[in-house]
Design a protein around this ligand. Structure first.
Ligand SMILES: [Fe+2]
Ligand SMILES: [Fe+2]
Length: 288
Protein backbone atom coordinates (compact mmCIF):
# COMPACT_ATOMS: atom_id res chain seq x y z
CA UNK A 1 0.00 0.00 0.00
CA UNK A 2 2.85 2.33 -0.92
CA UNK A 3 0.47 4.80 -2.44
CA UNK A 4 -1.83 5.24 0.59
CA UNK A 5 1.19 5.61 2.88
CA UNK A 6 2.59 8.23 0.55
CA UNK A 7 -0.64 10.23 0.77
CA UNK A 8 -0.63 10.07 4.56
CA UNK A 9 2.98 11.24 4.76
CA UNK A 10 2.29 14.13 2.42
CA UNK A 11 -0.79 15.18 4.36
CA UNK A 12 1.46 15.66 7.38
CA UNK A 13 4.30 17.27 5.43
CA UNK A 14 2.39 19.79 3.31
CA UNK A 15 0.21 22.75 4.23
CA UNK A 16 -3.51 21.90 3.70
CA UNK A 17 -3.87 24.03 0.57
CA UNK A 18 -0.76 22.56 -1.04
CA UNK A 19 -1.88 19.05 -0.09
CA UNK A 20 -5.27 19.62 -1.74
CA UNK A 21 -3.51 20.94 -4.84
CA UNK A 22 -1.26 17.84 -4.88
CA UNK A 23 -4.20 15.45 -4.61
CA UNK A 24 -6.04 17.44 -7.30
CA UNK A 25 -2.98 17.19 -9.56
CA UNK A 26 -2.75 13.46 -8.87
CA UNK A 27 -6.39 12.90 -9.85
CA UNK A 28 -6.11 15.04 -12.95
CA UNK A 29 -2.88 13.27 -13.94
CA UNK A 30 -4.64 9.90 -13.61
CA UNK A 31 -7.45 11.07 -15.89
CA UNK A 32 -5.01 12.42 -18.46
CA UNK A 33 -2.98 9.20 -18.31
CA UNK A 34 -6.12 7.18 -19.00
CA UNK A 35 -7.04 9.47 -21.85
CA UNK A 36 -3.60 9.29 -23.50
CA UNK A 37 -2.72 5.69 -22.69
CA UNK A 38 0.03 6.45 -20.20
CA UNK A 39 0.88 4.47 -17.04
CA UNK A 40 -1.69 5.65 -14.46
CA UNK A 41 0.35 4.58 -11.41
CA UNK A 42 3.32 6.64 -12.51
CA UNK A 43 1.05 9.58 -13.30
CA UNK A 44 -0.54 9.40 -9.83
CA UNK A 45 2.83 9.27 -8.04
CA UNK A 46 4.21 12.14 -10.15
CA UNK A 47 1.07 14.22 -9.56
CA UNK A 48 1.04 13.63 -5.85
CA UNK A 49 4.74 14.37 -5.37
CA UNK A 50 5.25 17.15 -7.92
CA UNK A 51 5.28 19.89 -5.25
CA UNK A 52 6.55 17.80 -2.32
CA UNK A 53 9.55 20.12 -1.86
CA UNK A 54 7.64 23.38 -2.23
CA UNK A 55 7.26 24.17 1.46
CA UNK A 56 11.03 23.71 1.86
CA UNK A 57 11.87 25.85 -1.16
CA UNK A 58 9.56 28.79 -1.76
CA UNK A 59 11.51 29.94 -4.85
CA UNK A 60 9.02 29.33 -7.61
CA UNK A 61 11.49 27.98 -10.13
CA UNK A 62 13.73 26.00 -7.81
CA UNK A 63 10.98 24.12 -5.99
CA UNK A 64 10.62 21.65 -8.84
CA UNK A 65 14.24 20.55 -8.48
CA UNK A 66 13.85 20.32 -4.72
CA UNK A 67 10.71 18.22 -5.14
CA UNK A 68 12.53 15.87 -7.52
CA UNK A 69 15.36 15.47 -5.00
CA UNK A 70 12.94 14.74 -2.16
CA UNK A 71 11.01 12.26 -4.30
CA UNK A 72 14.23 10.26 -4.58
CA UNK A 73 15.68 10.54 -1.09
CA UNK A 74 12.55 10.76 1.07
CA UNK A 75 9.87 8.96 -0.92
CA UNK A 76 12.11 6.40 -2.56
CA UNK A 77 11.02 7.01 -6.15
CA UNK A 78 13.43 5.30 -8.53
CA UNK A 79 11.67 5.75 -11.85
CA UNK A 80 13.54 8.49 -13.77
CA UNK A 81 10.51 9.33 -15.91
CA UNK A 82 8.59 10.25 -12.74
CA UNK A 83 11.59 12.18 -11.38
CA UNK A 84 11.96 14.15 -14.64
CA UNK A 85 8.22 14.84 -14.74
CA UNK A 86 8.54 16.42 -11.29
CA UNK A 87 11.76 18.22 -12.20
CA UNK A 88 10.29 19.89 -15.31
CA UNK A 89 6.72 20.49 -14.17
CA UNK A 90 7.11 24.29 -14.08
CA UNK A 91 9.12 24.96 -17.24
CA UNK A 92 8.72 21.90 -19.41
CA UNK A 93 11.66 21.07 -21.65
CA UNK A 94 12.51 20.13 -25.20
CA UNK A 95 11.48 16.54 -26.03
CA UNK A 96 9.20 16.02 -23.02
CA UNK A 97 7.93 12.47 -22.49
CA UNK A 98 4.19 11.82 -22.32
CA UNK A 99 4.37 11.49 -18.55
CA UNK A 100 6.22 14.83 -18.27
CA UNK A 101 3.51 16.47 -20.38
CA UNK A 102 0.80 14.95 -18.22
CA UNK A 103 2.27 16.13 -14.92
CA UNK A 104 2.98 19.60 -16.35
CA UNK A 105 -0.60 19.90 -17.56
CA UNK A 106 -2.35 18.31 -14.57
CA UNK A 107 -0.60 20.83 -12.31
CA UNK A 108 -2.02 23.71 -14.37
CA UNK A 109 -5.60 22.46 -14.70
CA UNK A 110 -6.44 20.43 -11.56
CA UNK A 111 -9.94 21.32 -10.26
CA UNK A 112 -8.60 23.70 -7.60
CA UNK A 113 -7.00 25.95 -10.23
CA UNK A 114 -8.88 29.13 -10.93
CA UNK A 115 -7.12 31.75 -13.04
CA UNK A 116 -7.85 33.65 -16.21
CA UNK A 117 -7.57 31.34 -19.21
CA UNK A 118 -7.65 28.07 -17.26
CA UNK A 119 -10.84 26.86 -18.97
CA UNK A 120 -9.24 27.15 -22.38
CA UNK A 121 -6.22 25.14 -21.19
CA UNK A 122 -8.55 22.53 -19.60
CA UNK A 123 -10.36 22.06 -22.88
CA UNK A 124 -7.15 21.78 -24.87
CA UNK A 125 -5.65 19.31 -22.38
CA UNK A 126 -7.94 16.46 -23.44
CA UNK A 127 -7.87 17.28 -27.15
CA UNK A 128 -4.17 17.90 -27.75
CA UNK A 129 -1.90 18.02 -24.74
CA UNK A 130 0.83 19.91 -26.64
CA UNK A 131 -1.65 22.73 -27.32
CA UNK A 132 -2.48 22.88 -23.62
CA UNK A 133 1.22 23.22 -22.74
CA UNK A 134 1.72 25.87 -25.44
CA UNK A 135 -1.23 27.92 -24.13
CA UNK A 136 -0.03 27.59 -20.56
CA UNK A 137 3.55 28.63 -21.39
CA UNK A 138 2.35 31.52 -23.55
CA UNK A 139 0.29 32.95 -20.73
CA UNK A 140 3.14 32.47 -18.22
CA UNK A 141 5.65 34.17 -20.52
CA UNK A 142 3.24 37.05 -21.18
CA UNK A 143 2.75 37.48 -17.43
CA UNK A 144 6.53 37.54 -16.86
CA UNK A 145 7.11 40.05 -19.65
CA UNK A 146 4.37 42.40 -18.44
CA UNK A 147 5.90 42.51 -15.00
CA UNK A 148 9.47 42.83 -16.27
CA UNK A 149 10.49 39.64 -14.49
CA UNK A 150 13.28 37.40 -15.69
CA UNK A 151 12.28 35.08 -18.53
CA UNK A 152 13.01 31.44 -17.97
CA UNK A 153 15.05 30.11 -20.89
CA UNK A 154 13.83 26.53 -20.44
CA UNK A 155 10.20 27.69 -20.78
CA UNK A 156 10.99 29.67 -23.94
CA UNK A 157 12.81 26.69 -25.47
CA UNK A 158 9.92 24.36 -24.61
CA UNK A 159 7.43 26.74 -26.17
CA UNK A 160 9.42 27.16 -29.37
CA UNK A 161 9.95 23.43 -29.62
CA UNK A 162 6.27 22.60 -29.18
CA UNK A 163 5.22 25.29 -31.62
CA UNK A 164 6.83 23.05 -34.17
CA UNK A 165 9.55 25.35 -35.30
CA UNK A 166 11.95 23.56 -32.99
CA UNK A 167 13.80 26.87 -32.80
CA UNK A 168 16.43 27.21 -30.14
CA UNK A 169 16.55 30.37 -28.07
CA UNK A 170 19.51 31.75 -30.01
CA UNK A 171 17.66 31.20 -33.31
CA UNK A 172 14.65 32.96 -31.87
CA UNK A 173 16.87 35.86 -30.84
CA UNK A 174 18.39 36.04 -34.33
CA UNK A 175 14.88 36.25 -35.74
CA UNK A 176 13.91 39.03 -33.33
CA UNK A 177 17.03 41.06 -34.18
CA UNK A 178 16.65 40.60 -37.95
CA UNK A 179 13.01 41.66 -37.85
CA UNK A 180 13.88 44.75 -35.81
CA UNK A 181 16.57 45.72 -38.36
CA UNK A 182 14.09 45.09 -41.16
CA UNK A 183 11.52 47.36 -39.45
CA UNK A 184 13.94 50.26 -39.96
CA UNK A 185 14.76 49.31 -43.56
CA UNK A 186 18.23 47.95 -42.92
CA UNK A 187 19.63 46.03 -45.90
CA UNK A 188 22.50 43.85 -47.04
CA UNK A 189 21.91 41.37 -44.23
CA UNK A 190 24.44 38.68 -43.45
CA UNK A 191 24.19 36.21 -40.56
CA UNK A 192 27.41 34.28 -39.91
CA UNK A 193 27.83 31.28 -37.66
CA UNK A 194 31.29 32.02 -36.21
CA UNK A 195 31.06 29.52 -33.37
CA UNK A 196 33.94 27.44 -34.69
CA UNK A 197 36.34 30.35 -35.21
CA UNK A 198 35.47 32.76 -32.42
CA UNK A 199 35.76 32.25 -28.69
CA UNK A 200 33.78 35.38 -27.89
CA UNK A 201 30.51 34.75 -29.71
CA UNK A 202 28.59 32.29 -31.89
CA UNK A 203 26.86 34.54 -34.42
CA UNK A 204 27.43 37.80 -36.24
CA UNK A 205 24.47 39.67 -37.63
CA UNK A 206 25.61 42.32 -40.11
CA UNK A 207 23.50 44.91 -41.88
CA UNK A 208 23.73 48.37 -43.42
CA UNK A 209 21.96 51.70 -43.26
CA UNK A 210 22.23 54.68 -45.61
CA UNK A 211 23.17 57.33 -43.06
CA UNK A 212 23.99 57.87 -39.38
CA UNK A 213 20.39 58.68 -38.51
CA UNK A 214 19.22 55.38 -39.94
CA UNK A 215 21.94 53.26 -38.28
CA UNK A 216 21.02 54.79 -34.91
CA UNK A 217 17.31 54.15 -35.56
CA UNK A 218 18.08 50.51 -36.46
CA UNK A 219 20.12 50.06 -33.28
CA UNK A 220 17.41 51.63 -31.11
CA UNK A 221 14.79 49.34 -32.65
CA UNK A 222 16.98 46.26 -32.06
CA UNK A 223 17.43 47.22 -28.41
CA UNK A 224 13.73 47.98 -27.93
CA UNK A 225 12.37 44.86 -29.65
CA UNK A 226 15.09 42.76 -28.07
CA UNK A 227 14.12 43.91 -24.58
CA UNK A 228 10.55 42.72 -25.19
CA UNK A 229 11.95 39.23 -25.85
CA UNK A 230 14.31 39.27 -22.88
CA UNK A 231 17.46 40.02 -24.91
CA UNK A 232 19.91 42.11 -22.95
CA UNK A 233 22.56 43.96 -24.96
CA UNK A 234 25.12 44.40 -22.26
CA UNK A 235 27.69 45.98 -24.57
CA UNK A 236 26.89 48.82 -26.96
CA UNK A 237 29.32 50.93 -28.96
CA UNK A 238 29.38 53.39 -31.85
CA UNK A 239 26.29 55.49 -31.18
CA UNK A 240 28.34 58.74 -31.15
CA UNK A 241 29.31 58.46 -34.81
CA UNK A 242 26.68 56.08 -36.12
CA UNK A 243 29.22 54.67 -38.58
CA UNK A 244 29.61 51.20 -37.06
CA UNK A 245 27.34 50.35 -34.17
CA UNK A 246 28.01 47.20 -32.17
CA UNK A 247 25.45 45.53 -29.95
CA UNK A 248 26.51 42.49 -28.01
CA UNK A 249 24.40 39.90 -26.25
CA UNK A 250 24.92 36.28 -25.26
CA UNK A 251 26.00 34.34 -28.36
CA UNK A 252 25.30 37.18 -30.83
CA UNK A 253 27.09 40.37 -31.92
CA UNK A 254 25.11 42.76 -34.11
CA UNK A 255 27.10 45.01 -36.48
CA UNK A 256 25.12 47.90 -37.91
CA UNK A 257 27.20 49.70 -40.55
CA UNK A 258 26.90 52.95 -42.39
CA UNK A 259 26.99 51.76 -46.03
CA UNK A 260 30.38 53.43 -46.70
CA UNK A 261 31.96 51.88 -43.63
CA UNK A 262 30.59 48.50 -44.60
CA UNK A 263 32.62 48.59 -47.82
CA UNK A 264 35.77 49.77 -46.08
CA UNK A 265 35.82 47.08 -43.39
CA UNK A 266 34.29 44.28 -45.44
CA UNK A 267 33.81 42.21 -42.31
CA UNK A 268 32.36 39.22 -44.14
CA UNK A 269 35.51 38.65 -46.14
CA UNK A 270 37.53 38.49 -42.91
CA UNK A 271 35.22 35.71 -41.76
CA UNK A 272 34.73 34.21 -45.21
CA UNK A 273 35.30 30.63 -44.09
CA UNK A 274 32.32 30.66 -41.74
CA UNK A 275 28.86 29.44 -42.59
CA UNK A 276 26.38 32.10 -43.54
CA UNK A 277 22.75 31.46 -42.65
CA UNK A 278 19.82 31.90 -44.99
CA UNK A 279 18.22 35.15 -43.86
CA UNK A 280 14.96 34.37 -45.61
CA UNK A 281 14.30 31.45 -43.28
CA UNK A 282 13.68 34.12 -40.63
CA UNK A 283 11.04 35.79 -42.75
CA UNK A 284 13.23 38.62 -44.09
CA UNK A 285 12.38 39.27 -47.73
CA UNK A 286 14.27 42.45 -48.65
CA UNK A 287 17.64 41.56 -47.27
CA UNK A 288 19.93 42.40 -50.21
FE1 LIG B 1 4.93 23.34 -8.61
FE1 LIG C 1 1.83 22.50 -8.42
Amino acid sequence: MYFEELKKELEIELAPKLYRHSVGTMEEAEKLALSYGCDTEKAKIGGLLHDCGKSRCPDNLKHAKKSAELAIVKYDVKDMDIINAIMYHTTGRVNMTLLEKIIFTADKIEPGRNYEGVEEIRKAAYLNIDDAIIKSLESTIEYVKKRNLELNIESVNTLNYLRGGKMTLVEKNIETILKACDNKKAYNFVVLDVSKSSSITDYFIICSGNNEKQTAAIADEVIEKGALEGIDFYYKEGFETGRWILLETDDIIVHIFHKDEREIYDLESLWYDNNSLDVEQYGIKNWK
